[in-house]
Design a protein around this ligand. Structure first.
Ligand code: RUQ
Ligand code: CUA
Length: 656
């Protein structure tokens, strides 16, 4: 049976931190001991030179994904994903708005946590990046030739998609899960204190087309009403499995900080996805109603389109034997990480006093020997002793996430005691520790989640910078620290502010992406229904109250540039085609009084912004990107007349 003793109340844990941290750490942090005097040189990337790695940092509550170079710590790009971005017009332009559609309507913001590169043989292949939306559960796909979000998919019957996005060996699936259990039927209206009876957990398996990357909500697995926190796919011998952490196996629905911390063990969930897939193929999954949106940029027109689905396949473990198991794990585990060999399954017991390490091969033996403590909703609970191979002692307080260097070591971020702890996968002993500044969440090692890590750099993503940088008011940016891990001891090289709140990051050697990146959108291949590819085709058309302006942009001119005959109450669509075919030759568009954003239009691209003129007058519009010596001249006027005006619709193209 599960031991249901209350060891600590969280409040006690928190009060005890000061004392415990003094008592627990025999080995002091080593920042003072190492001379990292040449650190600057080791992160210096000379002007005009390229970084060795791309690093992709999640935006957390910004909903975005930022792109950085390592080791320099220079930021290259902020890619809008789940939040509107007035700087680029993402989520404001007609082409991108559908990407933010959900069954709850248009959602302009979300919380993006865990980016994941697409994988081939468990190694990043540089094709796509996936990232989750935590709040209104979704996953997104970013095309790494354009660095643009091209697809979003809503997860039905899910409350908070946190254990996402992690990919199986060849990106067969991206996984997701419900962080907050809710009634599986999302529209069910029940008292909250019927939690145990009416609430459920669910795990999601999102298929990814190997050719196109297109995602599909392939099936879900019905789970007990626990919280499913993080996930990871196995690799090597464990590649057919995915793993999730749970907390709140207490099934609390109020005062979770106390009530979900009672049991001394929760679980890691092990799912054989190959077997689940087979059960689904055999027809063992039930088709259940579920409304969700699938939004994708049409390859041909570059306009995103929404499709609404109304059902999903649901697999109940009671009908799918031998597919899923619970591994007892201390205590409210957060991260679950798989070592490069695929043998070790490391939990991040955020309230545990040890880092628990399970063995995959022992797990298989335990399954063969029916070493079960009990069976919950058709899911056998394996005996703790049957799978555990190590408990790392003195890991610090609040171990969260672990990555690996491929050289027999694991590195765990430790939140409360604010440090990174390096330990041996052979002896399960701590061999080094280093301070983080301050309160580290995730960490990332170059290739540290793959079968073949680069024992080069480690990035610590910390929650608060406090006194580290010049102060900027009560709210500071969240910092990151770069460490050199190539030697025996970790060395800090760099400490720099990031944007948003990066929860996790991915890296890939730069040459795996660099040469595939598009420099322009090919104008000949632009099949946007409202594109104009030649200045001579620029025009304005009225259809009732809808006016369409087919406008070209090229240094240093908008065509047309004077428009008259627009009326108060019109709905004016500016269809802007940037007819440049030069790398990075971007134009912007903004018009006075517009209740929207500007739009930036990349070379060869068409973007549309809608404007509702509300009063009469002369409205200047202009290019917002300093594109040329005559950028200031890149402007025009719209004349707006009363609703009942007889001013005819005219425009000037420079030809007349
Ligand atoms: S979670 S630390 Cu999504 Cu660990 Cu952020
Ligand atoms: Cu175009 Cu400035």
């Amino acid at each position: 049976m599960i031991q249901k003793t209350t060891i600590w109340k969280v409040s006690t844990v928190l009060l005890g931190i000061g004392l415990v941290s003094v008592l627990m750490y025999g080995c002091p942090s080593q920042t003072e001991m190492l001379d990292t005097g040449d650190a600057a040189q080791r992160v210096y990337v000379a002007p005009g030179e390229y970084d060795e790695y791309y690093a992709f940092l999640s935006g957390g509550y910004s909903g975005q994904l930022s792109v950085w170079g390592l080791p320099s710590g220079r930021m290259f790009r902020n890619i809008p994903v789940f939040s509107q971005d007035p700087e680029s017009g993402y989520g404001y332009s007609e082409e991108t708005k559908p990407l933010l559609m959900t069954s709850y309507g248009f959602i302009p913001w979300d919380d993006s946590h865990h980016p994941e590169l697409s994988l081939t043989n468990s190694m990043p292949d540089g094709r796509w990046m996936f990232i989750n939306a935590n709040n209104t559960p979704r996953v997104a796909r970013i095309d790494l030739t354009s660095f643009e979000t091209v697809e979003t998919l809503e997860l039905p019957n899910t409350g908070g998609n946190h254990a996402s996005t992690f990919a199986t060996e060849n990106t067969e699936y991206i996984i997701g899960a419900t962080r907050f259990s809710i009634p599986y039927d999302m529209d069910m209206d029940v008292p909250i204190d019927t939690y145990s009876e009416n609430f459920d957990g669910s795990l999601s398996f999102i298929g990814v087309d190997d050719e196109t990357g297109e995602m599909s909500m392939d099936f879900q697995i019905l789970m007990p009403p626990y919280h499913y926190d993080l996930g990871r796919a196995g690799k090597g011998p464990s590649a057919d499995w995915v793993f999730f952490t749970t907390y709140n196996t207490e099934e609390a629905h109020t005062l979770l900080e106390i009530n979900a911390s009672e049991f001394d063990k929760d679980y890691i969930v092990a799912v054989n996805w190959k077997m689940a897939e087979e059960y689904v193929r055999e027809g063992r999954a039930e088709t259940v109603p579920a409304e969700y949106y699938h939004n994708m940029k049409d390859e041909n027109t570059s306009v995103a389109v929404s499709n609404v689905h109304d059902e999903v396949l649901l697999l109940d473990p009671r009908d799918a034997p031998d597919m899923i198991y619970f591994l007892p794990t201390p205590k409210s585990p957060h991260g679950v990480d798989i070592d490069p060999t695929g043998e070790y399954i490391v939990g991040g017991g955020k309230l545990a006093t040890v880092i628990p390490v399970h063995s995959f091969s022992r797990m298989l033996d335990a399954i063969d020997n029916d070493a079960f403590e009990e069976i919950i909703n058709g899911i056998p609970v394996l005996e703790y002793e049957s799978t555990i191979v190590g408990e790392v002692e003195n890991p610090g307080l609040g171990p969260l996430h672990t990555e690996f260097d491929g050289d027999g070591h694991a590195y765990t971020s430790v939140y409360i005691s604010s440090e990174i702890v390096k330990w041996s996968l052979e002896t399960f002993e701590v061999v080094d520790r280093i301070d983080s500044y301050y309160s580290i969440g995730h960490l990332m090692i170059t290739g540290g989640d793959t079968p073949n890590p680069d024992k080069r750099y480690m990035l610590g993503l910390t929650k608060t910078s406090r006194d580290r940088f010049l102060p900027t008011g009560p709210k500071q940016l969240h910092p990151a620290q770069l460490y050199d891990i190539s030697g025996d001891r970790m060395e800090m090289l760099l400490d720099f502010p990031t944007i948003g709140e990066p929860h996790y990051a991915q890296t890939i050697p730069a040459d795996q992406i660099r040469d595939n990146v598009k420099q322009i959108y090919d104008l000949d291949a632009n099949n946007h229904p409202h594109a104009v590819k030649r200045t001579a085709d620029a025009r304005v058309e009225r259809d009732g109250d809808v006016v369409r302006v087919y406008m070209t942009n090229i240094r240093s001119h908008f065509t047309p540039d004077n428009i008259e005959g627009i009326r108060v109450g019109d709905e004016v669509h500016f269809h802007l085609t940037n007819i440049e075919q030069d790398w990075d030759m971007v134009h912007g568009f903004a018009i006075k009084g517009s209740n929207s954003a500007e739009v930036l239009i990349a070379p060869g691209e068409t973007k549309t912004i809608v404007w509702h003129p509300q009063r009469t007058g002369i409205f200047p519009f202009y290019c917002t990107a300093f594109c040329s010596a005559l950028h200031q001249e890149m402007q025009g006027y719209v004349r707006v007349s009363p609703a009942d005006t007889d001013v005819p619709l005219t425009w000037r193209t420079g030809e007349d």
